[in-house]
Design a protein. Sequence first.
Length: 328
Amino acid sequence: MSESADTILEVDKLITSFETEQGLLRAVDQVSFSVQRGKTLGIVGESGCGKSVTAMSIIRLLPQPAGKILGGHVHFKGTDLVRASDAEMRKIRGGDIGVIFQEPMTALNPLHRIGRQVSEVFRLHQKLSKKDAWDAATEMLKLVRIPAPEQRMMDFPHQLSGGMRQRIVIALALACRPSLVIADEPTTALDVTVQAQILDLMAKLQEEMGMSTILITHDLGVIAETCDEVVVMYAGRVVERASAIELFANPLHAYTKGLLSSIPTLDTPSKSILNTIPGTVASLGDYSHGCRFCQRMGRTAPVSRERPKFTEVSTGHWVETCPECYQP
């Protein structure tokens, strides 16, 4: 993969492992993708496929001392984040790269008021005075459409609804107007109406600020609505990558087809049994060296024991070309 002027983030053959009782196990296995300026990249897959570990590897927030990046590069605006110092990463995290975590109640400190937590970002990264940081934080709450922001600044996290807390987490991520935002399942814990509001808010703020976004989710409906390009992950690997339009119109990997076929449509008969993918994602210690979707499906053909090549089968459309799972 080669970095272009329009590319803000380039992940190249990233390998992340965890030290366990079974030894060093790979959770992310040579993952590659890029994010274009001002665009949204969606990473989709079932739980346990390595989506969040990939995101935490990019910003070097892996659990320590177990998590280790063993190989690959993460180029962000000319800096290889894998090899950046801890001091450099502290400047980049929360500054030029914002993170929206999955569960706002765990992302926010329950012991501190909202105002203190949001203003702290401005004090750390922009070196503002206490008063200026407080004023900037209040303006940030207005930007994410929080009513009565002056009052909310004095609240504790438990005093806010789930949707309001998620808006606070978005405010924290966007406080320094980052070039890139990583959103790790930002709407999972929200009801449908609040989810729609949050996605609409993120889209508007992205357009206003011109930032790029990595959106991690298991919801293909969210992917179709918000993303320009999609990465499909399975068992720590990327099995398919294409533009959102191309992926939904012409999925080529059996796993991608399985995910798409599990979504109910307007033509689905009432009370019908939905399609499912048989089996489950293997645990880290049981990963096959060969095609891991073949492993799930119980295929034992010799071709399924070798790692499939990741091939560009048409312009911008990449897929693992396992003879069993590649279905053009």
